[in-house]
Ligand binder design. Structure first.
Ligand code: MRU
Length: 353
């Protein structure tokens, strides 16, 4: 499907849109080579798009969860489903990927409005998008301030992992949002973007976003990250999050915990940036976070061709958990929490102690 896209390369890229009773997703599996869209008008296409990573990134998945309920309701009307079937189909969307809490959060936020009708659900889904964009801008300002207060070297050299920008959110970004804010203040010397094996969100998506925004960026193999940090080439690492537990333990793209350990060894800050929708106060600690195990073929193949010998199985956890003690700061739109400090994680969702 082709949707008129922005002609200005610096314009915001919309990963998730609602148009003509259709959930329209920029197909991130094709970037940066092609900008094409997938139109979702039924639950199968929503679930398939989430599982194939046509759309990905925790905050973007939150919006997809909410709009997905509207897609299911419109399909229910067309196909005359009863309430039970509609409930089951909504659950299929909710469970399409397990680690990012935002997907279930988005579904759960609009589900109480289902009896009120699709317009009520869509109004709430649009509100989620507006709130996410505002949250990203606010946490980016907080994050940039926090980093510039602690990092002496100017401009800063940043390492990031996976993709956390326009493409992973409903606009602007979280970790990449902080980098954009720092760049707008003239304070970014270099971004080291881990390629993010096996699906290359860093090499394909983060590097694409940085290029569009004129942010200097080097793509490095994931295996280079610890060495780049220990060689003193990085002042701060900033990553996003798929779920933050009540004790501050944080699930994010596989490879994140290794970066945290290297930052700890090098004595530089390791910062987690996420909107409050990613904080799951119902999960006590990281050991309770379900880690998505994806098809081993994603690691035994490269660019579609098998590289591991027949008989070698792939092991492909999509996320890892960084213990709170290795995190210097978790930053949301509501607060900056330093897990060693006094502010409790609840401050990230606006709770007052
Ligand atoms: O598998 P993905 O691409 O959905 O993983 C995405 C990440 O791990 C991101 O870092 C996270 O969702 C935060 S996006 C702002």
């Amino acid at each position: 499907m082709s949707v008129p896209g922005p002609t200005d390369p610096r314009a915001v890229v919309r990963a998730v849109q609602w148009s003509d009773d259709t959930l329209v997703l920029l197909d991130q599996t094709l970037l940066p080579a092609r900008e094409e869209h997938v139109a979702c008008t039924d639950v199968d296409s929503v679930v398939d798009s989430v599982q194939r990573l046509v759309v990905r990134g925790a905050p973007a998945l939150g919006a997809v969860g909410a709009y997905g309920v509207a897609v299911a309701m419109l399909q229910a009307e067309r196909e005359d489903w009863g309430d039970d079937r509609l409930r089951r189909e909504i659950l299929r969307i909710r469970d399409a990927r397990p680690t990012a809490i935002n997907l279930a959060w988005g579904v759960d936020r609009v589900t109480p409005l289902v009896p009120a009708g699709v317009t009520a659900v869509l109004t709430e889904a649009h509100a989620i998008v507006g709130e996410d964009q505002a949250a990203n801008r606010e946490l980016s300002r907080r994050g940039a301030d926090w980093i510039l207060d602690r990092v002496e070297r100017r401009p800063v050299r940043v390492l990031t992992h996976c993709n956390t920008g326009d493409l992973a959110t409903t606009g602007w970004g979280t970790a990449l949002g902080i980098i954009r804010e720092l760049h707008d203040r003239g304070q970014v010397e270099m971004v080291y973007a881990d390629e993010t094996r096996p699906l290359l969100q860093g090499a394909r998506l983060t590097a694409w976003e940085c290029a569009r925004q004129g942010i200097p960026c080097r793509v490095q193999a994931d295996g280079a990250a610890a060495s780049t940090i220990l060689r003193g080439l990085v002042d701060v690492a900033i990553i996003g999050a798929d779920r933050i537990a009540r004790n501050g333990d944080t699930a994010n793209k596989i490879g994140s915990v290794g970066i945290a350990l290297a930052c700890h060894a090098a004595g530089i800050p390791f910062v987690v940036a996420a909107p409050s929708s990613t904080v799951d106060m119902a999960t006590p600690d990281g050991s309770h976070i379900e880690i998505e195990l994806r098809d081993g073929a994603e690691v035994t193949t490269y660019a579609g061709a098998r590289v591991a010998p027949e008989g070698a199985d792939g092991f492909n956890p999509a996320f890892d958990v960084t213990p709170a003690r290795y995190i210097s700061a978790v930053i949301s739109e509501c607060a900056v929490v330093e897990p060693d400090g006094v502010a409790p994680v609840g401050a990230l969702v606006g709770e007052r102690s």
